[in-house]
Design a protein around this ligand. Structure first.
Ligand code: TRH
Length: 379
């Protein structure tokens, strides 16, 4: 059975990051033939080192990667077509879908949100001008949603890795990181943020040492401004007070997962790293992707409301304050300090959350199940 996934890279790495993970999983766990059409091979090559950014077609980890060029060449449609994040399929491809004697399942994979309208919209069909039906598939945290991207063995792999000090030390050594005993290990992946300096000041003045690991990216200029030294690059290590900062290269997704698993606290962003930090089972800080008219604040609050359920009110309040400060770009010093008394509770909660969510049907399995149900209905 053939599946086509279409991905337009709007910005950053989330669009390709999500679709590349999904494509790999559909191949590896469901034995499907998957073509991933992407309009920006450079973005793909960034998250898949070894990929050829100039190739029009290449096979990586069983997935056929195809350049989605402006001058679309006609192709036979697949059995299932995933339009990621409303990226709009080529008109000729839609016409070929409509003309195909065997019906095609057309799904629009939406962005992840914890908002409560998601369950009501998940799986709804919409009639297109082509006469075809398109179904809206919403990832989410609740039983009524399409679930979350998670590989079948992810939780076991993560737990084994976190229980194995030698494996963690060897992994970090491969990145040039030596974890000083007793130091709090933090990863930082974020958009530009004027609130960073306040947080770093608090970490530098803390009684406990911290090591901050920062993959190269958009936050580096703010880090640079705080450190005030010459241009930072991968491999650089700087110390101020109790804080050691180390810049890392941008690593491949599986390695980035392991980095998150190693850390006591992960600052993440967007959609995919946000979810991967949840799978790490450690407390996290989310820098949400900003949307027009502040729509992202509703999304942030919806997730906070869900995630903090079951936490004592003081711990929930402290975590919410930290996330709001980070996303407002202010007040990080105070809200970071206010988090400390709740640390053990937050650690246990992050673990519990990952296991609860990890016990649900994952997104790839839910997509395959949706197709099976649709087939029996369409037949
Ligand atoms: O890059 P992002 O900001 O992507 C965003 C979001 O997806 C957002 O929802 C979307 O609307 C916008 O793009 C257009 O953040 P995200 O989603 O975390 O994607 C980053 C990807 O990069 C993710 O797959 C993890 C990966 N990554 C690596 O592979 N190696 C690394 O070293 C790092 C730091 C990240």
């Amino acid at each position: 059975m053939k599946w086509d996934i279409f991905c337009r890279v709007v910005d950053n790495y989330g669009d390709i990051g999500v679709t590349w993970r999904l494509a790999r999983q559909l191949v590896a766990e469901h034995g499907l033939g998957v073509r991933l059409w992407v309009d920006d091979m450079d973005a793909f090559a960034r998250i898949c080192p070894g990929a050829d950014a100039s190739a029009k077609r290449q096979v990586r980890q069983g997935v056929e990667l195809c350049l989605w060029a402006g001058d679309w060449q006609s192709r036979a449609p697949a059995d299932v077509v995933i339009e990621a994040f409303a990226c709009e399929l080529p008109a000729a491809y839609v016409a070929a879908m409509a003309a195909r004697p065997a019906k095609v399942l057309w799904l629009n994979l939406e962005y992840l949100s914890a908002e409560d309208w998601v369950d009501g919209c998940h799986g709804l069909p919409s009639l297109q001008s082509s006469g075809l039906q398109k179904f809206f598939f919403f990832p989410g945290f609740t039983v009524g949603s399409g679930g979350l991207l998670r590989e079948r063995d992810l939780m076991n792999e993560r737990q084994a890795f976190q229980a194995d000090a030698g494996a963690r030390a060897a992994f970090l050594a491969g990145l040039g990181v030596t974890h000083s005993p007793g130091a709090r290990l933090i990863s930082l992946f974020a958009y530009e943020n004027p609130g960073l300096a306040g947080w770093l000041d608090a970490l530098a003045a803390d009684s406990r040492p911290s090591q901050l690991l920062v993959p190269e990216g958009r936050i580096l200029d703010d880090l640079q401004a705080w450190i005030g030294a010459q241009r930072l690059a991968a491999g650089d290590i700087r110390q101020r007070g109790q804080l050691q900062v180390q810049v890392l290269p941008f690593i491949e997704q599986a390695q980035y997962d392991r980095l998150l698993w190693c850390c006591d606290f992960n600052a993440v962003r967007g959609e995919d790293s946000f979810l991967r930090a949840q799978w790490a089972g450690r407390p996290l800080l989310w820098h949400i992707y900003q949307q027009a008219e502040g729509a992202h604040w509703d999304k942030l609050e919806a997730f906070l409301a869900l995630y903090t359920q079951g936490l004592p009110p003081e711990a929930a309040g402290a975590l919410a304050r930290l996330w709001r400060s980070w996303n407002a770009g202010e007040g990080m010093g105070e809200s970071w300090q206010a988090l400390h008394p709740h640390w053990p509770v937050l650690v246990a909660h992050a673990q519990r959350w990952s296991l609860e969510q990890g016990a649900r049907t994952d997104l790839a399995a839910a997509l395959v199940q949706f197709y099976r149900n649709w087939l029996s209905y369409a037949a």
